[in-house]
Design a protein around this ligand. Structure first.
Ligand SMILES: Cc1cc2nc3c(=O)[nH]c(=O)nc-3n(C[C@H](O)[C@H](O)[C@H](O)COP(=O)(O)OP(=O)(O)OC[C@H]3O[C@@H](n4cnc5c(N)ncnc54)[C@H](O)[C@@H]3O)c2cc1C
Length: 468
């Protein structure tokens, strides 16, 4: 009888032993609200080790503003986790396993990464964990509707935004997840700590983290969204949500945003912009080669400039010294803040490809290095759209005039004066045309490196060559 009872008596202890720990690997989901991967990790094990990677292959390629933002966001995440965030520097393939072993974990959880390098890395992590008897599970993603889910009735992917948007609405998305975390974080696993980032002189550190993102969204809902439709293109006004950085790092989930949006014109326009982010992720998912290659391959055969003069032009563009005030203000905003207004992104990208005749990939790489919101899908396809080789329905004829765009979207010249000290002596809209002012160049502002009218014709000539 005693022999028969023994297994029953031992069972609870056995079950307790079997219930091992988990690892939550934070990547682009630096938040505690509405985080399905974190909820799954928390409910899987007795205790959860929360980790993040400073990937040694990526980190050195980023500009200071971008690095500083991530460090500040991780610092905020660490505070929400009661100081228990485990930071590892190096190669995720080795470090995730090392944390999982040290935490005595049976399973590692994280949210999906849809980029090709991300998918490949995750497969390697999965294999190495499996070889050590540890499971790897991907739960949720950084999108309301994961890439690949919204397709045409015949099952093929959309190539144009508007029908994608309509079907994306029909597909719909889940409500934000209620979180009931046990908060049993593991604290005795070695952490390398957060890197220290010095901001270059003149560059301001912005407020990062989940709480700041939720606050920003709340403020935008209360005041900004009403006028969003009318003001979103104005570079001189704070008329957009500025949530791109928070969305990039997953400090807020798009579901959380969408759940709060009603049917007013401003809210409808805003929902459409959130959908652009999802559309580009979908386009990249189906066309992974377009990180570097032309979506419309005909454009690879177009004539582009190269050589010493082209390098000088590239440099002038990067430094905000092309002589076109609206372009230069945008490029200096990027240098100073690691962010740029959407309208100006389009204008500087168009200038790069259609006035300087340089290939979009070079410009996109510069953006990627500096933008705090750098997102491979939105960036590469924002560039391809503007270059005319992407998803724009009326492509190459959309050549932005850098002067009229400035006059329209910075009508009093406030944006230009903010970023270009050499032009602050010129009042009003005249700042967009310093060549017409007697003292326009008095403070050393750059002369125009090309003539827009000439380059417009040249651009159309090159385009007609590939159309033949
Ligand atoms: C050449 C070029 C490069 C770009 N690179 C990036 C990038 O690396 N990362 C990035 O997040 N956005 C990129 N964009 C899109 C857009 O410029 C930014 O998302 C926007 O300026 C962010 O400001 P906001 O949050 O105030 O936008 P809001 O106007 O408040 O829009 C709300 C959100 O919608 C999304 N969104 C808005 N417009 C677009 C768009 N055109 N494409 C995709 N998503 C959009 C963003 O997530 C944004 O935060 C790029 C656009 C261009 C033309």
């Amino acid at each position: 009888m005693a022999n028969l009872l023994l297994p029953l008596l031992l069972a609870p202890a056995f079950l307790r032993l079997a219930r091992m720990n988990s690892v939550m690997w934070f990547r682009r989901d630096l938040r505690l609200h509405d985080n399905p991967a974190l909820a799954a990790a928390d409910s899987h094990g007795e205790k959860t080790a929360c980790m993040v990677m400073i990937d040694s292959a990526l980190w050195p390629t980023w500009g200071a503003a971008k690095q500083a933002y991530l460090v500040d966001s991780l610092s905020s995440l660490d505070a929400s986790l009661d100081g228990k965030l485990i930071v590892r520097h190096g190669d995720p393939i080795e470090e995730v396993l090392s944390v999982a072993k040290a935490a005595n974990a049976t399973k590692v959880f994280c949210a999906a990464d849809f980029t090709t390098p991300g998918i490949e890395r995750d497969q390697k992590v999965k294999d190495v964990l499996a070889a050590n008897g540890i499971e790897f599970e991907i739960v949720g993603s950084n999108y309301a509707v994961a890439p690949g889910r919204v397709n045409k009735p015949d099952g093929t992917p959309y190539k144009v935004y508007t029908p994608f948007y309509k079907n994306w609405l029909v597909h719909g998305w889940r409500a934000p997840l209620e979180m009931n975390l046990s908060r049993n974080w593991i604290s005795d696993v070695e952490s390398d700590g957060l890197p220290v980032v010095q901001m270059p002189a003149g560059m301001e550190r912005s407020v990062a983290g989940e709480a700041a993102a939720l606050e920003r969204f709340d403020a935008f809902l209360k005041t900004g969204v009403k006028s969003y439709k009318d003001l979103r293109d104005r570079a001189d006004v704070d008329g957009t949500s500025r949530l791109s950085v928070a969305l990039k790092w997953g400090e807020i989930h798009p579901r959380t945003i969408l759940a709060e949006l009603g049917e007013s014109e401003g809210e409808e326009t805003f929902r459409k912009e959130i959908a652009w982010r999802e559309f580009y992720a979908d386009v990249l998912f189906h066309n992974p080669h377009t990180v570097t290659e032309y979506l419309n391959p005909a454009f690879a055969n177009m004539e582009y400039n190269s050589g010493e003069l082209a390098d000088q032009h590239f440099d002038a563009w990067k430094q905000g010294k092309t002589g076109y005030p609206f372009v230069d203000a945008g490029m200096r905003q990027l240098l100073q803040e690691g962010w740029m207004h959407n309208r100006v992104r389009m204008v500087v990208a168009s200038f790069f490809v259609k006035d300087l005749h340089l290939e979009w990939q070079q410009g996109a790489a510069w953006f990627f290095e500096l933008l705090k919101d750098a997102d491979v899908a939105s960036n590469q396809h924002g560039w391809q759209w503007t270059a005319g080789c992407g998803t724009d329905a009326s492509p190459y004829f959309r050549i932005f005039n850098p002067i009229t765009q400035g006059l329209k979207f910075d009508p009093n010249g406030k944006y230009v004066r903010k970023y270009i000290p050499e032009l602050r002596h010129i009042d009003g809209a005249a700042v967009h045309e310093p060549w017409d002012q007697g003292d326009g160049y008095a403070n050393g502002y750059a002369k125009r490196i090309v003539d827009h009218a000439t380059e417009l014709d040249e651009s159309l000539r090159r385009y007609s060559e590939i159309k033949k």
